[in-house]
Design a protein around this ligand. Structure first.
Ligand SMILES: *Cc1c(COP(=O)(O)O)cnc(C)c1O
Length: 466
């Protein structure tokens, strides 16, 4: 063994302690660290010919790279839809690396069963029936892509062909109907060979991002041949929800594959006051839920649920004599794009075991309350304008006066020490959005954000008149 490796091995418990202290220091500083950092990244250095050991690597990371990291796991990073890491999720993630299991083959130990237990808990959390089977993937983009891959095979089944065997050419024209799909759906269509133009945009309800069921019915009537409908349960701009029951009723008449993207919206099921938003979620043929958002496990984690595991295995089967049989309960190796991967369930398992349904209900309800507090403040502030009612966890707003992309970027820039917001365009208007999904965020954070916002709006230069 190389002497550096041998030395690190001999000191492993010690070195893990040093690592723990460094991690703790980072986490302790999260609330004070500027939410996004303005520092420039250091210059890359060449690969060391002879390494310096773990302790030196920790030091180097702390001095060169840590100062530039954002407080993405902290309470006031409200860009995109992110979430942080609960204590139990962090422990689960550390142990994932420590045990270093590949859970995708039943020829190996109990990893697969841990994942099944976690999937069962998640099914329960979102009120799904046993008809849904789930697998862990790296994020909602992958979950949507896997769901659409199963949908593609279903289309083949309707036409008496198998795209998995014969390629997408066997399908002819494919139509994927959706009101306000997430961009990752479009990416998935490209990856799957269906093409981005397979997406048929369906009109939404007036002043809404939710699909208009009557318009969807017209589009279905016009489509010749089987279709896929992507329903959106929580859009990223205004967290609007398609009427899942109405869409499922259309499926009874028109027969399509119903994929539901509930990346973060599925968590509405945990709040009795909001559960109606995802009424009918269980009716999906395939369903996407992100876990590194509102479940607050670290990247990368999401779950893919489907009622047609047989079709899933037809797409993703990886036949090799040494990998184990496909059978009626195929190993995960036959269910997703990856063959080898980590024991991804562990962070989710730990956090669900530690905090349970009530812990998560509290997180969801607190995030929703914070979003409402901010929404009300934005609505009351001269100079800002809410672009949509706060339905769940996102506040989408703009400047009352001259809401240009540049002025909004200037506003976001003035806020960057206290809060991170990301830009968007909603109904043709440049806007900012604040998305609440981090378990650490409190009303106190929200009040701090409101004060920062009031100040930034006051100090923003007048629009230049031309
Ligand atoms: C975040 C998100 C995605 C993509 O998720 P990743 O985890 O970034 O791959 C897809 N759909 C919706 C609705 C999302 O919010």
């Amino acid at each position: 063994m190389h002497p550096r490796l041998a030395a690190d091995l001999a000191r492993l418990p010690d070195l893990l302690d040093v690592t723990r202290r460094q991690a703790t220091a980072f986490l302790d500083g999260l609330a004070e660290r500027p939410v996004v950092q303005a520092v420039r990244a250091p210059e890359p250095v060449p690969l060391p010919a002879s390494g310096a050991g773990l302790q030196a690597a920790l030091q180097d990371f702390a001095t060169r790279w840590e100062p530039g990291l954002s407080a993405g796991a902290g309470p006031r990073y409200l860009g995109f839809v992110t979430g942080g890491v609960t204590p139990a999720a962090l422990a689960g993630d550390w142990l994932t690396a420590a045990v270093d299991q590949n859970p995708t083959s039943s020829l190996d130990a109990a990893g697969q069963q841990v994942e099944e237990e976690a999937i069962g808990w998640l099914r329960d959390l979102f009120g799904l029936s046993a008809g849904h089977q789930g697998t862990f993937v790296s994020g909602a983009t992958m979950s949507n892509t896997v769901g659409l891959a199963i949908a593609r095979e279903w289309l083949g089944e309707q036409l008496g062909v198998s795209p998995a065997e014969d390629g997408v050419g066997a399908l002819g024209t494919v139509r994927v109907l959706s009101g306000s799909p997430h961009s990752s759906v479009v990416k998935g269509l490209s990856v799957l060979g269906l093409g981005r133009t397979a997406l048929v945009p369906v009109p939404t309800l007036p002043d809404r991002e939710a699909v208009d069921p009557a318009a969807l019915e017209r589009a279905l009537r016009e489509a010749d041949g089987p279709c896929v409908v992507v329903a959106n349960a929580g859009t990223v701009n205004t967290v609007d929800f398609d009427d899942l029951r109405a869409i499922a009723a259309l499926r009874d008449r028109y027969g399509f594959w119903l994929h539901v993207d509930a990346a973060f919206g599925a968590f509405a099921a945990l709040s009795p006051a909001h559960a109606h938003l995802v009424d009918g979620l269980d009716l999906a043929d395939s369903l996407c839920v992100d876990l590194h958002k509102w479940l607050n496990v670290p990247y990368d984690s999401a779950v893919q649920f489907t009622r047609r595991r047989d079709l899933q295995a037809r797409v993703f089967q990886n036949a090799a004599a040494y990998l184990g049989p496909l059978g009626d309960t195929p190993d995960p190796v036959h269910l997703t794009p990856e063959n080898s991967r980590c024991l991804r369930a562990l962070a989710a398992w730990f956090t669900l075991r530690a905090y349970g349904r009530e812990g998560y209900r509290e997180i969801v309800e607190r995030c929703v309350a914070c979003a409402h507090t901010l929404g009300e403040a934005v609505g009351a502030l001269d100079g800002l304008r809410l672009l949509a009612p706060v339905r769940l966890s996102v506040v989408c707003f703009t400047l009352a006066d001259a809401p240009t992309t540049e002025r909004l970027a200037a506003l976001a820039g003035r806020l960057a020490d206290e809060v991170f917001l990301t830009p968007t365009v909603y109904a043709g208007v440049p806007a900012l959005r604040a998305a609440f999904s981090n378990w650490r965020t409190t009303e106190e954070d929200t009040r701090l954000i409101i004060r920062a916002l009031e100040r930034a709006v006051r100090e923003l230069p007048e629009p230049s008149s031309r």
